[in-house]
Design a protein around this ligand. Structure first.
Ligand SMILES: Cc1cc2nc3c(=O)[nH]c(=O)nc-3n(C[C@H](O)[C@H](O)[C@H](O)COP(=O)(O)OP(=O)(O)OC[C@H]3O[C@@H](n4cnc5c(N)ncnc54)[C@H](O)[C@@H]3O)c2cc1C
Length: 399
């Protein structure tokens, strides 16, 4: 058998445990949590106790040491129970995967165990007011070396956990004299101090359990030891950030598949409940065909996600062999995934009709799904990445 799609018994057990946990702990509380509009610390800690925070991090730093694929199996089950709330929890450690991947022993020991226990949250700060899609330009968040200190000033926007995070992994311009701006960018591990100010956006379309904020760095003083991975990573931040995005874009693909499947399952079950014009609505061929098309699209997405997780894991082990391919596949999973999630919610609401628009989980999920098309690079940005790898840099230089 050259290729085997069957999961191992251990993987099936992991899936089932995560599903049971999520249906018991996340699903029943989700609506209330979203209505409160605050980060769900209790549930975050419960998930941490279950080993669902920092799943791919090494065990010596509090993680589970899982490979990307196994971690995604769990992510999928958690998100399927309630997409916005589960994703808020999983994003509680946003940015910290960079510490796990590239941090020094001191940085990992200081931050990862507390994060893995659900005691604190983290943030990953790339986007700036001048434009989030292009982080390869000269960033406005800058660090100046004064004596032994780096003094950081600037503003990042739309930052997940901006108001709750204890640590901010932040991309900063450290050299303005480079030929390409991204060759002068550095990731700093910045601890929350009064010099890091955050303002939560109160008006938001959805995903209310996840705090999104503008974060200002006002004369924040750090040293070479706070460069992610230590002084040798000065001006290597952009590359670390890009590697991180391969993982997160793959994760968004899986989260999207979970959203899409959860919405479709609701739609399918409603088809055999609801009667109109004297028959069950599933008996209308127009609706049945839309379900068929969406189910097929979700299957395609899941296959893509399986391969993306496998490829990103391989790239971690051997970047020279799998680097470019993993970038392409991760962007495909992100773009196609988010689009599928939005379309599946749209279809489910069409099928529920009035009851989809009012008092249903679907309207919450629909609003959340839209965020998947924006975070970590819009669909246009994903297509730019893919086009560059398919057509070459020369042809796509003007993008
Ligand atoms: C809920 C939420 C959470 C977020 N969390 C974080 C976080 O934790 N950390 C973080 O750093 N950021 C975060 N973001 C920001 C997110 O990554 C950015 O919003 C996204 O990258 C787009 O940047 P922008 O909003 O500045 O859009 P812009 O860059 O202003 O883009 C505007 C439009 O122009 C298009 N466009 C731009 N450039 C091109 C191009 N070259 N070719 C074609 N089209 C183009 C875009 O696709 C988009 O349609 C979050 C955003 C949201 C909504």
């Amino acid at each position: 058998m050259p290729l085997d799609f069957e999961l191992t018994e251990e993987q099936k057990l992991m899936q089932q445990t995560a599903r049971e946990f999520a249906l018991k702990e996340i699903r029943p509380k989700a609506k209330e949590i979203e209505e409160k509009g605050e980060f769900p610390w209790d549930l975050y800690r419960k998930c941490a106790a279950q080993g669902y925070i920092g799943m791919t991090w090494p065990e010596e730093y509090g993680g589970q040491g899982l490979n990307m694929f196994d971690a995604m199996l769990v992510v999928y089950e958690l998100v399927k129970a309630d997409p916005p709330v589960a994703t808020a929890i999983l994003a509680g450690t946003f940015g910290a995967d960079m510490i796990a991947e590239a941090g020094t022993h001191e940085q990992k020991s200081k931050w990862l165990p507390k994060l893995a226990k659900g005691e604190i949250t983290s943030a990953g700060c790339f986007t700036e007011p001048a434009g989030g899609s292009d982080i390869s330009r000269f960033l406005d968040t800058r660090a100046e070396k004064i004596g032994d200190n780096w003094v950081i000033n600037g503003t990042k926007q739309f930052i997940t956990n901006g108001t709750t995070a204890s640590v901010f992994v932040t991309l900063v311009q450290t050299d303005m004299k480079v030929d390409r701006p991204y060759r002068g960018q550095t990731e700093f591990v910045i601890e929350k101090t009064p010099n890091v100010e955050a303002r939560k956006y109160e008006d938001k379309m959805g995903w209310f359990a996840s705090p999104t904020a503008e974060v200002r760095f006002n004369d924040v003083r750090v040293t070479d030891d706070d460069i992610l991975g230590g002084p040798s990573n000065l001006n290597r931040g952009f590359y670390i950030g890009m590697m991180f995005l391969d993982s997160t874009r793959t994760a968004i693909g899986w989260q999207s598949a979970a959203v899409a499947e959860a919405a479709l399952e609701q739609a399918v079950s409603y088809c055999s409940e609801r009667e109109a014009f004297g028959r069950k609505i599933g008996g209308f061929q127009a609706l049945a065909f839309r379900i068929v098309e969406m189910a097929t699209q979700i299957e395609m997405l899941k296959s893509l996600c399986y391969r993306a997780a496998w490829m990103v894991q391989k790239a971690r082990e051997n970047p020279a062999l799998y680097g470019e391919e993993s970038v392409k596949i991760a962007s495909m999973a992100k773009w196609f995934g988010a689009k599928t999630a939005v379309q599946a919610c749209d279809l489910a609401i069409d099928i529920y009709a009035g009851y989809g628009y009012v008092e249903s989980d679907l309207e919450r999920w629909y609003r959340f799904a839209k965020s998947l098309e924006i975070v970590e690079g819009t669909k246009e940005v994903q297509k730019n990445v893919i086009a560059r790898l398919l057509l070459g840099r020369e042809l796509t230089r003007t993008f």
